[in-house]
Write a protein that binds this ligand. Sequence first.
Ligand SMILES: Nc1ncnc2c1ncn2[C@@H]1O[C@H](COP(=O)(O)OP(=O)(O)OP(=O)(O)O)[C@@H](O)[C@H]1O
Ligand SMILES: [Mg+2]
Length: 298
Amino acid sequence: MPGASTPATAVSGTDLPASSPATRSPAAPRRAATKGAHVAVKSLSHAYRRNDGKVLDGIDFEIGQGEIVALLGRSGCGKSTLLHMLAGLTQPSEGEVVINGNGVREPSHKWVMMFQAPSLFPWLSVAQNAALGLKFTRRGHEIDARIPEILDLVDLGAFADRNAQELSGGQQQRVALARSLAPQPEMLLLDEPFSALDAFTRRNLQRDVRAIARNLGLTLVIVTHDVGEAVRMADRVIVLQANPGRVAEDTAIDLSEEERAGGAEGFQREHSRLMGVYSRIAEAADAQDDIANDFTQL
Ligand SMILES: Nc1ncnc2c1ncn2[C@@H]1O[C@H](COP(=O)(O)OP(=O)(O)OP(=O)(O)O)[C@@H](O)[C@H]1O
Ligand SMILES: [Mg+2]
């Protein structure tokens, strides 16, 4: 891994251990310890079965190194399918995903996925769970040096010896995050990872994951249907329309780290703007459905 080194400053949230250090700014200056992945999605289309309609059709975009991008769209528009293709878990029927100049053919420890359920082993400690990614990539010799610093990074240093089942949902997602980050990936792919959490915990994780990705220089792709999450976390939002999934809008979120915390005028402006874009695309899809239904009733 190029330039891998000590992670940047830990960030804090209120679902954290009581012994957590005083609040440190999640908007700490960018200190890239990792070279983020560059992604190119080229003329990508996909049908799950030969005779089925396309789930994704003619998708083209690039993601720069260290960029934070949200894939926003309604349920069933193909967000997870596209994310699985970025991770090399599914191959597209047509077109390709190219990461750092190489076509993606299979999963790699350089790009890791985080799912809604943290999938921890309840009988293992926080540190043991966090170390699994290193074990699976045959880098067990790095565990002693790497795990304490990575648990500090996600603000779980004080919880290293706890059993995973004793943690809150937000803390369990932080362990999953530590497990994903330990092998020093170039890209983190998040599939609605905070949607099962309460609003307060979710916001802390949104803020902290963004700060960690920025500080490490990681490329981050977040799948969401939550406009607020997209505005809080992403530098850029790609809005997908459904049936078949296509890029309907590709828009930058121009906000300072302070404005992303929410409440401020800038956040409200970007939230309303993106909500307008999202609603327009969703309504257009509904109108298409109505036309299709009208035809079936003829
Ligand atoms: N393994 C599969 N085999 C066949 N069809 C699938 C498979 N996985 C997903 N689909 C179909 O592909 C379409 C897109 O699914 P996908 O899970 O990518 O959507 P999504 O945007 O992630 O939705 P959600 O927001 O509900 O998670 C849906 O119509 C779904 O039924
Ligand atoms: Mg999905």
